[in-house]
Ligand binder design. Sequence first.
Ligand code: ADP
Length: 540
Amino acid sequence: MALPLTINEIMYFAGRHHGGSEVVSITADEGLHRSTYAEVFGRASQLAGALAALGLEPGDRVATLAWNDHRHLELYYGVSCAGYVLHTINPRLFADHLVYIMSHAEDRVLFFDPMFMPLVEAIADKLPTIEHFVVLSGAGGASESKLESVRCYEELIGERNTDYAWPDVDEDSASVLCYTSGTTGHPKGVLYSHRSTVLHAYASIMPDAMGLSKRDVALPVVPMFHVNAWGMPYACAIAGAKIVMAGPKMADGETLQRLIEDEGVTIAAGVPTVWLALLTYLRESGKTVPSLERTIVGGAACPLSIMREFEDEHGVSTRHAWGMTETSPLGTVNTPVRSSEDLSETERDQLRVKQGRAVFGADIKIVGEAGSELAWDGEAFGDLKIRGFWVCDGYFGQDDSVATLDAEGWFSTGDVATIDADGFMKITDRTKDVIKSGGEWISSIELENLAMGHPDVAEAAVIGVAHAKWGERPLLIVVPEQGKDVDKGALLGWFKGRVADWWIPNDVATVEEIPHTATGKISKLTLREQFKDYRLPAES
Ligand code: ADP
């Protein structure tokens, strides 16, 4: 039976079989909100009716500037299943970037959380393609707005029925548009199709991926504006898992702990920074996360210290995962294989910091400078390439003559990696962050992970700085643990015997805060800018 692979099918199935599964969220205007998938889909119907009445055509872009909550989930289904494209936008971007991507995408409607009203008011006159502004609130949420035409979400959808006649959507048509954060050049738009989204959600449920089931309670701490919250809004609906969303309180350890405890969260997913916030809160408050079984950690390398603290103090396992906006994002996940059971503790630690094995639907390989595939021996490292059902083959609005894939259809990730004999991939760096000392590569990620394991270090970053003899040498930048002083000599001594001598950083700089990108990763670009006049000590 050639049923189309569409998000409409997810909605239809989840509505019939998991309609009663709960959707719990913290909202900007109503505090804790409880509903069910059935209610979410009913309201998605009302939303689709409202969008049709606004005169949208198939394929038109509908933008959101919003945190994770039930209304954003309604937009996920209501917009895509009606044949429009949901354009999720990161509200932490600079205003210029926001204007650029909304204009580039030619968004026609903008839905936004009430807290972003001042931001939207400030840029509204630079957004000529936006015809309708809708604030995600109950009636009266826009009464004091300076915007000329702005409506409230609840009023907009309240006039409509809950039985919208959903169109037949082509599985290859676009469902969501997401721009990469644009660390170089302009942000680039990645379009996901209905088909790629369904296949990606299917795969992420598998036991060696997220291992989602109907008994799970899932907390996506990764924002819904960043790669579809790693596909969890779809995967949870397929599996029937209860979904819990933290609204604007995503990076707040106290809120995360409370949600986990009160809602019985079993699986949570996010970048390492949010887990640092949660673990710090747990340490300081003495609180626990008894229901939590596993965390999916990705988006940046997860330090061993985070994995250890989760496991040893809270009995929570971490699944280290790798992916990117262009890969929907699921690429690899680290779950143990049978042979991992006999490893010593040190070997087990070395294995779990790897980013894991490929999931069916996304094949990986590493290639050397000449472009030929390198051995899977855990030693050879080269450019990581990926090819699969949910990997993008071009960017939105990009000239067709620009090749995104190589001749065999592989996408170059910009990451440098090794793959071992069991297929476990390990990111050693991003191509642009790797430190080149005397022509040899030093992995900034490995040094950061080691530094994070030192008891006096709260956060660490390593960048390459100019060196007369070696071209570049590593500089370690650290934020000390609260109330601790970092002893430079002792910290550098910590690396001795843990890495090759020539990898040991030449110097340590102490800072109060390490800058992060809009998606919560260490911003090496900002650090390089901050330390551009830095000179290594003369003797090094
Ligand atoms: P951006 O490229 O704008 O930072 P993405 O979210 O697409 O946005 O980032 C993808 C990149 O993040 C990957 O190419 C890789 O460099 C990094 N990354 C993702 N997951 C991991 C991980 N588990 N370990 C190390 N790096 C990771």
